[in-house]
Structures are given as C-alpha cells and as structure tokens.
Design a protein around this ligand. Structure first.
Ligand SMILES: C[S@@+](CC[C@H](N)C(=O)[O-])C[C@H]1O[C@@H](n2cnc3c(N)ncnc32)[C@H](O)[C@@H]1O
Length: 306
C-alpha cells in the first residue's frame, strides 16, 4: 500500500465514523454541469447561491454553522423555503410575483439549481437564494429557529417500492425539523401525486404535536386505507404546474395537497431566534399572532391562515 492509499484509507475511516451511512432521500446525482449551465453558474452563482461550510460530502453542512439571513438577502422580509426546488419552476414564478418575500431553495441537484438560476436571471428576480444541501441533514442546524413563514415540499421523490419507503423525505424526523423552522402559525405546504405518499404525509402531519392539519377530515379519498378519514387541502392556487406534476397527470395521477400549521410554541418552547432577531416580533409570534406577518405574504393565502 502506498502512503497515498493509506492516507486515503484513514480519511475514509474517519469519515465513516463521523458520518455513519445515512438513509438519503435522493439518488447520487452527476455533479459536473453541462457547458451552458456552467456558464450560467459562473456568471450568477455569486448572486444566487449561498455557499456553506461543508462537513464531509458536498451535500452536508458543518453543523456549527448558521446562516445570517438578513446579510444574505440584504434586507428583512418574510421567508419562504422550498425543499427540493427541482429546476426552480415554482420558486422563480412565486418570487417574480412576490418581490416583498425572501425565497430560499434547498436542493441537492446542482444541475437543477443552475437551471433555476437561469430562470431567475431571465425573470429578473433578485429575492431568491439557493443552497446545495441535503435538507434532512442541513436544516436541523443551518437556519435559525422560527425563521420561516412557510415551507414548501412539492412532489418529493416518491420512492415507490415498499422497501424504499424509508428513503422518503417526509417522515416524523423531518416534520420536527420543519416545525423548528416555522414561525408560530406558519404553514408547511406539501403535495404529491403518489397516493400512498399522500396518506403518509397526512399521517406524519397529524402525528406531530407541533403541527395542525388545517384541512383535517376534508376531501376523503376512497383509495385511502381509511377511506373516510380525509385530511387533504384544495390545490394551492399559487402552485404552478411543474414538469413533475404534469408527468403524473399524463400517467393518470392527481395531486393531493396537505397544509400543516405550526402550533404556537408555549412559554417553555419560545423560539430562540427569528429571521429578524427582533424581540418584539419574537414575542408577537410566541403569542401566536401570525396573521399580521402572513398578510405581508399574500392576501390569497387568507383562507388557510385563519
Ligand atoms: C421529484 S423532484 C420535484 C421537484 C419540484 N418540487 C417540482 O415539483 O417540480 C424532487 C426534488 O427534490 C430533490 N431532493 C430530494 N431529496 C432532497 C433532499 N434531501 N434535500 C434537498 N433536495 C432534495 C431532488 O433532487 C429533486 O430535484
């Protein structure tokens, strides 16, 4: 064994001890960009991509690091996070229509981020940032508690085979992560076109003491193992038709939407930090007064935030 081999082996051993193989919700992605997307990246990543200190792999983040959101956006504004932005169809469309909101895309697929940046440049939007990380690994530590008005998880990878269900992103641990990020009264919007993932999302939301399914019991589905149970929301009007949803429709699948609301923290659980680090706002949010903040985002969300 050469000294290079032995150095590599020892690094790999240290890595394996530090990062016991985790179950990932994504498959390995080719990282090198195509020449056209590479040009976009080189020209615009400085403006749109938040670089984070890595802690091992290229999708993991150093758990001691936390983003300063105000510095990254250069302003204070309500924050919406989309987990799994794909090629940015939803995030860029929303950002263009809501310039007063800060949008944050979390995605492991670098090619997708590059495509999303291309869209953002074309649409002339500046209120959007992306981070290339595994949301399940990074979000428990990367952002301050109670920083987000909404989190979106639209059409996460379905992992259809029963033996792969453990790889699905939406599970109890992820629900805790999202509950930590949401302001009191903030919303987690989910959608999937795979029926048994829809039942799973509904079950995860309804099992979480920190979340309330605001459409509990509504729109029951005869295919559900509990056909009278329901728990599904109307389609989020501001959700655009993405390539993934269209493919599902073409194959005869219809999306289910789910909307969970962050239950107000009690005194023992008062948020330790907010987007603005603002004591007055923090106190207001701890009292469950989310409506004022939510109004800032869009009047058309009103039905679900009451
Ligand atoms: C099926 S696509 C849907 C994309 C988009 N939401 C849409 O509706 O068009 C799922 C996306 O989630 C991303 N993804 C999967 N697991 C992830 C994770 N743990 N963290 C961040 N992104 C993830 C994938 O790379 C992929 O782009």
């Amino acid at each position: 064994m050469t000294s290079k081999d032995s150095a590599r082996e020892s690094t790999e051993e240290q890595f394996a001890v530090r990062y016991p193989a985790r179950t990932k919700s994504f498959a390995r992605r080719g990282r090198p960009l195509h020449s056209s997307t590479q040009r976009t990246w080189d020209a615009h990543a400085d403006q749109y991509v938040i670089e984070v200190p890595r802690d091992g792999g290229y999708t993991t983040v150093d758990s001691s690091f936390q983003i300063d959101l105000e510095a990254e956006y250069g302003r204070r504004a309500p924050l919406i996070i989309e987990v799994g932005t794909g090629n940015g169809e939803q995030l860029v469309s929303y950002a263009a229509e809501h310039p007063d909101v800060n949008l944050l895309g979390i995605e492991v697929w670098k090619q997708g981020i590059a495509k999303a940046i291309s869209r953002a440049v074309e649409a002339g939007v500046t209120n959007i940032r992306f981070i290339e990380v595994d949301a399940a690994q990074a979000l428990p530590t990367l952002l301050p508690e109670a920083c987000a008005q909404e989190v979106w998880t639209f059409f996460p990878d379905p992992w259809r085979k029963a033996r792969h269900h453990k790889r699905r992103l939406v599970n109890d641990a992820f629900a805790n992560t999202i509950a930590r990020l949401l302001k009191d009264g903030g919303l987690w919007r989910l959608a999937t076109d795979w029926p048994n993932y829809a039942w799973q999302m509904r079950d995860v939301v309804e099992a979480s003491p920190a979340l309330e399914n605001i459409h509990e019991g509504e729109r029951p589905d005869a295919r559900d193992p509990e056909p009278d149970r329901g728990g599904f929301a109307p389609r989020f009007e501001q959700r655009v038709m993405t390539r993934f949803e269209q493919r599902g429709l073409d194959e005869g699948r219809v999306a289910h939407d789910i909307v969970a609301k962050r239950v107000p923290r009690d005194d023992a659980e008062t948020p330790t930090g907010t987007l603005h680090g603002d004591a007055e706002e923090s106190n207001r949010m701890a009292r469950g007064d989310a409506e004022g903040m939510t109004r800032k985002i869009a009047d058309d969300h009103a039905e679900e935030t009451q």
